[in-house]
Write a protein that binds this ligand. Structure first.
Ligand SMILES: N[C@@H](CCC(=O)N[C@@H](CS)C(=O)NCC(=O)O)C(=O)O
Length: 277
């Protein structure tokens, strides 16, 4: 693992690190904020998964999360959204290929050799951060924005016991029924839609739910509402009687101005779950 940069931030350190990834078969870069409490011993961690077109950097510089994470004594991890590098397949469209890994393990050409973001985020990167930093493995929570909200929700529901709480900002909530989903799941996983279901939060909510608290925020003026399908997830949460809160936030769009407006709420929500018994 190489240190790309380390900057003091709110008493802690905002680092950027790169490493050779076995899962993705290329070099990967991630951001990690460690609060100053990490000097005393392992701290809880909140994963933040980003959306389409993002790298590790967007949320790290625009979500305004470090101040609240420092206050709560929580580390933040900002993974990249896809494999990178010259030998990695890509598409001209912004919503497929690089910057659009959709947090799945691709099985189809030309994506299969590198696009293994599910394994990267759920297996390889957790091992790297717990081996190298003062992170409490038994106190993890996860959140994300848009495609990252989709990743956070699917990981939380499919890995019971891993995360104490899950939240999402404007998640892609029902990708198997959306143009933000059908195209990508077909490209990465093939035409058999039964293989898409484990990557659809609405279907997972109906089938599995989450054994912990859920918080979803969605802007009412989000320009991608028709693609995100928040009402499908809200309905599934009700049907499941899921422990959770779904908030429509009047007037907010899809941007990081929306994400940063509610970041304090999300970190406080996760802190309660992470510091409880
Ligand atoms: N570029 C696309 C939208 C992509 C987009 O909105 N990406 C969101 C996540 S889905 C984002 O976080 N973009 C990067 C940023 O705002 O920093 C478009 O204009 O249609």
């Amino acid at each position: 693992m190489q240190t790309v940069s380390e900057n003091k931030s709110f008493g802690g350190i905002q680092g950027v690190y790169s490493h050779a990834s076995d899962a993705c078969g290329c070099d990967m870069t991630f951001g990690l904020f460690l609060p100053e409490q990490a000097a005393e011993g392992p701290v809880p961690v909140l994963w933040y998964l980003s959306g389409l077109t993002c790298t590790h950097e967007n949320a790290m510089v625009k979500a305004g999360a470090q101040a609240w994470a420092a206050e709560a004594g929580i580390a933040l991890v900002f993974p990249d959204t896809s494999p990178r590098g010259e030998g990695v397949a890509d598409d001209e469209a912004y919503d497929l290929g690089k910057g659009a890994g959709f947090y799945v393990n691709a099985t189809e050409k030309p994506w299969a050799p590198h696009f293994r973001m599910w394994d990267y985020v759920t297996e390889e990167l957790p091992n790297i951060i717990t081996a190298n930093f003062a992170i409490a493995e038994d106190r993890q929570a996860i959140t994300g924005h848009s495609m990252g909200g989709h990743g956070a929700l699917t990981m939380a529901m499919r890995l019971p016991g891993r995360f104490r709480s899950v939240s999402a900002f404007a998640p892609i909530a029902h990708p198997s029924q959306s143009d933000w989903g059908r195209k990508q799941l077909a490209a990465y996983l093939g035409a058999d839609e039964s293989l898409w279901a484990p990557h659809d939060s609405t279907l997972l909510m109906k089938r599995l739910g989450f054994d912990g608290p859920v918080l979803i925020d969605q802007g009412s003026k989000d320009q991608f509402l028709e693609l995100l399908k928040p009402e499908a997830l809200a309905q599934a949460m009700m049907e499941r009687r899921q422990n959770g809160t779904f908030r429509m936030q009047p007037g907010y769009d899809h941007s990081y101005f929306f994400v940063s407006s509610f970041m304090h709420d999300h970190i406080a929500f996760h802190a309660e779950a992470l510091y409880g018994n």
